[in-house]
Design a protein. Structure first.
Length: 59
């Protein structure tokens, strides 16, 4: 099965089966692959797991 990496407005990441319609509030990041490839990608790009609304503002 091929997955795609998705992200929501709170900058939280998840995997979604590529063949399924995305739920409301999620968008693709442009990365897809096997489950392991997607998990590795998420581990690289999602370094602060706090929702955007509670993360400290950038200085």
């Amino acid at each position: 099965m091929t997955y795609t990496v998705v992200v929501n407005d709170e900058e939280q990441y998840s995997l979604w089966p590529e063949a399924k319609t995305l739920p409301a509030g999620w968008r693709t990041t442009g990365f897809s692959g096997s489950r392991e490839e997607c998990l590795d990608h998420v581990a690289t790009v999602w370094t602060d797991i706090r929702p955007k609304s509670v993360a400290p503002a950038a200085s």
